[in-house]
Design a protein around this ligand. Structure first.
Ligand code: SF4
Length: 277
């Protein structure tokens, strides 16, 4: 869950997810739609599908979890960073992690805008062999709470004596550009139900997830207006109270059943704002 999502956004979902799938066996036996529904609101649904697939593999291998980073890397959805994070924290293996926060801290401490391979080498060279779990977590936490992207809080930094730049390193590697888009949705309501439509199974983004049908909306007629960001696009979202046209694909879903469906994060946000869920 913490791949590309901040801790505060994960906290509520984590407890609920564990209550629903308390063991790897329960997760492996679940239907994909139930796993996606429990993941709803966290975004990047590929992670949920990969975790589900990984749980099935673990169960097929006797229910035993991998014991080192090289084994973790063989599971779907586990890359070098995640394998190292799990192996160092769960098994105490001396493997370094490099995530977005670590990249920023290392570049600033060492005073160089380092390329990917150099960052991994630097992290491995600095890693504490005795306490790799604490070292990795401390480095990630430093980036998340003190050495912040826009404003490095150097006055509160425990490694300021070692730092070559103290907040003065300009980031020369370009950030992904942010795009702006406007989008409208129809909120159709009838006898306690809401009209929802399912995204195509072959869609590249959020396949099979449920959402409100799209709708041409204007500022004047909008029932709700909100903002939402997905990867590099900032959306201005307008929602209109509107009955779907006859041929609109989808179905009426009673509000008591809505949260059992895998909803897109934006749909969940809209339905919450409209006090439907
Ligand atoms: S001294 Fe400032 S720039 Fe250097 S690691 Fe600490 S917070 Fe980051």
């Amino acid at each position: 869950m913490l791949q590309q999502t901040r801790v505060v956004a994960v906290l509520g979902h984590y407890e609920e997810f564990l209550q629903r799938f308390p063991t790897v066996h329960k997760l492996a036996a679940a239907r994909e739609a139930s796993v996606l529904a429990a993941w709803s609101g966290l975004g990047y649904y590929r992670r949920a599908r990969d975790m589900h697939a990984a749980a099935k593999i673990i169960v097929r291998c006797g229910g035993k979890f991998p014991s080192n980073a090289a084994e973790w890397l063989l599971l779907p959805g586990i890359g070098r960073y995640t394998a190292a994070a799990i192996a160092s924290i769960a098994s105490g293996e001396a493997v370094a992690v490099v995530d977005g926060n670590v990249k920023r801290v290392l570049s600033r401490v060492l005073g160089e805008d380092l390329a990917e391979g150099e960052l991994w080498r630097a992290a491995e060279a600095l890693l504490s062999q005795e306490q790799p779990a604490d070292f990795n977590q401390a480095l990630m936490e430093l980036g998340a709470t003190v050495c912040l992207p826009e404003r490095a809080l150097c006055h509160a930094c425990p490694v300021i004596q070692l730092c070559a730049t103290r907040g003065c390193l300009k980031n020369s590697r370009s950030q992904a550009p942010q795009h702006k888009r406007e989008i409208g949705y129809a909120l159709g309501r009838k006898n306690g139900s809401v009209f929802l439509t399912q995204r195509p199974k072959e869609a590249s983004l959020m396949p099979g997830m449920w959402e409100l049908p799209e709708f041409q909306s204007t500022e004047k007629t909008a029932l709700l207006t909100l903002r939402h960001s997905i990867t590099v696009t900032n959306y201005l979202v307008r929602v209109n109270q509107a009955t779907p046209k006859k041929r609109t694909p989808g179905q009426w879903v009673h509000r008591s059943r809505i949260t059992r469906l895998p909803l897109t994060g934006l749909t969940q946000k809209i339905l919450r704002a409209a006090k439907i869920i």
